[in-house]
Design a binder for this molecule. Structure first.
Ligand SMILES: *Cc1c(COP(=O)(O)O)cnc(C)c1O
Length: 391
């Protein structure tokens, strides 16, 4: 047998500028964060609305911990499904305008569990080329035939659907807002083509839920799509909602089916009830403080206007994800390092998270950022560019 040699792999990662390192955070999610003992202005959190450390959400969490304790004790189907989980499912169904919702402990698990439950060997899964890793893994775990279509290219998707075996079932899966690019999928067109070929459509709205649509109902709401158009909606709670976990929303039959068949639902401990209680409060804050969505849009515009004025290479995104395209991983790392010396934290995103040659600095904005914060970031970028021209 061939021995597994880890050090060789680690060395290769290092020499390619692809080595991953963790930073030590000692503050809550907020614009000014304490990282590795230094105070930095952060632009990397997915806490788009500033709910992760919102006083009402924190208070709800504490109160629920006093009442229910910390652990949920078991899986939902054993004894872990508390009344507060149940109320959260009802609130999420209502928010998204769907029959029912089902909680998962993380978005990764929701995606793997749902895709694996819906398709089997002999079926097809068609995925956008830039889908989140958890969606791709769901396809692999299912043993269905997995094919990727060109990013947001509906005619390429249609070609693949056409050439699929008519006797098989097909599931089409896409991010709603692409996590590393910030652009939005053409969901209306994707939904029509799915209907034409009898394919089931699943949309991952991790980055749209809470941010887009009326009352933060999400990207499907923003595009006027219903449960009939998109039968399977997934969204996470660890991003704009500021807590943790995820849910699937859809028809009564879909949810009952997943309770029977989704292994990542059945065979895992339920999220702590206090997390569910905190998320219920996040939903209330979403309604009470709708200025947060508007504020985020203002900051996005301010950043984009300022960035194009200094000639940064922005991507076609009007969401809170505003990546600055760099190219090679070493270059992205170097820029991230130099921004950090200026007191700004923007993470470099490198392959395999993004395609080769498209390493980037992924700027994310939060409703908690001030105009000044955004201006500081732009000044940081501008000074790096000035440095580039000097050297
Ligand atoms: C973050 C993310 C997930 C995973 O959700 P977790 O709750 O963090 O496991 C899934 N899909 C997309 C598009 C994401 O951005």
């Amino acid at each position: 047998m061939k021995k597994i040699i880890l050090s060789r792999h680690l060395q290769a990662k290092q020499s390619q500028g692809l080595y991953r390192r963790r930073r030590l955070l000692s503050s809550p999610q907020q614009p000014l964060i304490e990282v590795d003992g230094k105070s930095l202005l952060g632009f990397c959190s997915n806490d788009y609305l500033g709910l992760a450390n919102h006083p009402r959400v924190v208070a709800a969490f504490k109160q629920a911990a006093d009442r229910y304790g910390v652990g949920s004790g078991a899986a939902h189907l054993v004894i872990g499904h508390s009344e507060v989980h149940h109320r959260l499912e009802e609130a999420l169904a209502e928010k998204t305008g769907r029959d029912r919702a089902l909680l998962f402990s993380s978005g990764y698990m929701a995606n793997v569990g749902v895709i694996n439950a819906l398709v089997d060997k002999g079926d097809y899964v068609f995925e956008d080329k830039l889908n989140h890793a958890s969606l791709l893994d769901g396809g692999f775990v299912s043993k269905a035939t997995c094919q990727r279509y060109f990013h947001n290219d509906v005619s390429n998707l249609e070609k693949k659907l056409q050439s699929a075996d008519e006797g098989s079932s097909a599931l089409v899966v896409t991010d709603a807002v692409f996590s590393m690019d910030g652009d939005v999928a053409p969901l209306t067109d994707i939904s029509s083509v799915c209907e034409k070929y009898n394919a089931m459509l699943m949309v991952d709205d991790a980055h749209g839920f809470g941010v887009l649509g009326t009352g933060g109902a999400g990207t499907l709401n923003a595009q006027g799509l219903t449960q009939d158009d998109v039968p399977v909606l997934m969204a996470t709670l660890g991003k704009a909602m500021g807590t943790a976990g995820a849910f699937i929303a859809g028809s009564d039959d879909l949810i009952e089916y997943l309770i029977q068949e989704a292994r990542t639902y059945i065979y895992t401990t339920a999220m702590p009830p206090a997390i569910a209680a905190a998320t219920l409060e996040s939903l209330r804050v979403l309604d009470d403080e709708s200025w947060r969505q508007d504020r985020l849009q203002q900051l996005i515009k301010r950043f984009r206007d300022g960035a194009s004025a200094i000639g940064l290479s922005l991507m076609a995104s009007d969401t809170a994800i505003q990546p600055v395209l760099i190219g090679e991983p070493e270059q992205a790392l170097d820029m991230s390092f130099r921004l950090q010396q200026l007191g700004l934290l923007v993470t470099a995103i490198r392959p395999p998270t993004v395609p080769k040659g498209t390493a980037r600095l992924r700027v994310t904005l939060s409703a908690e950022h001030s105009d000044d914060n955004v201006d500081q970031l732009l000044e940081g970028f501008a000074s790096l560019q000035a440095g580039k021209f000097n050297s």
